[in-house]
Design a protein around this ligand. Structure first.
Ligand code: ADP
Length: 253
């Protein structure tokens, strides 16, 4: 079975100081379907937003973000598990930092755990360990972590479910005439120099970290699909029917 990583951004599963239970429910329904066809690993953001539903402290302050993530992470996992139970499935939490991938030993231990979970029909749910991984908390939102997970845990496709439905030739929130690129086989340096704007206060990654994730995967001969997490049709059709009807597919041709 082909192994895939699905990454979901904070903005997709949270809104206005609360988790979007409707979107998490739809996502889990999709994941349960995917688990029949693929070996699936989920990378999820939104621990901080989940924490904010329980404790109203200023989320701009770094240490407060760590506290919110500490409160929110177990809550987030419990919400996933509540919905997974409808499909007789369970999810297991794996907390990593980018640095874990610098260590062959740590990567191997994590991979062993993930391989075994997959063999047991469990959904591995990865998130950044926000108590130690300060860099990703400030900027990154799991885009690079999900690219590393795809490569080092032997998946060949990363699907990023974002608040944007693909990569555009210019920022679509600023330019009405921006065009979505359907397929991309090379990340241009000029794209990486684009001014950074994120979709909302929930998302921290912006498009640059997604392009860097795609660049890393292309260099390692892997694929990445960037598609909307609000409407899962593009991701569904791509993964379940093998047809690309939208999004941006980063692939070496
Ligand atoms: P997520 O929360 O899903 O990780 P972000 O909000 O951090 O996503 O990043 C995606 C946002 O980046 C988009 O909503 C859009 O506003 C912005 N963006 C800037 N330039 C581009 C571009 N060329 N193509 C697509 N999105 C862009």
């Amino acid at each position: 079975m082909q192994r895939i990583v699905i990454k979901v951004g904070s903005h997709v599963i949270s809104e206005e100081k609360k988790l979007s239970l409707e979107r998490i429910k739809n996502l889990v329904e999709f994941l349960a379907k995917l688990m029949e066809k693929y070996e699936v690993i989920l990378v999820t953001s939104a621990a901080i937003s989940a924490g904010h539903t329980k404790l109203d402290i200023d989320r701009k302050n770094l240490v407060n973000k760590q506290v919110l993530a500490a409160i929110g992470q177990p809550y987030l996992i419990s919400v996933y598990n509540e919905f997974l139970a409808h499909y007789n499935k369970i999810g297991g939490q794996i907390l990593l930092t980018g640095k874990d991938f610098d260590s062959i030993k740590a990567t191997k231990h994590a991979k062993n755990a993930i391989d075994t979970m997959i063999n047991l029909g469990i959904l591995p749910i990865i998130n950044e360990n926000d108590a130690t991984a300060i860099e990703e908390i400030v900027f990154g939102d799991n885009d690079s972590l999900s690219a590393y997970a795809t490569h080092f845990f032997d998946a060949n496709l990363l699907v990023i479910l974002s608040d944007i439905d693909g990569f555009y030739d210019k920022n679509p929130s600023e330019f009405k005439d921006a065009k979505r690129l359907n397929k991309v086989d090379k990340i241009l340096d000029s794209w990486l120099d684009m001014p950074i704007k994120t979709g909302s206060e929930h998302g921290t990654g912006g498009i640059i970290t997604k392009l860097k994730a795609a660049k890393f995967l292309l260099e390692n001969n892997k694929k990445m699909l960037l598609a909307s997490g609000f409407n899962l049709n593009v991701a569904k059709t791509f993964l379940l029917e093998n047809k690309q009807i939208g999004g941006t597919l980063f692939e070496n041709f």
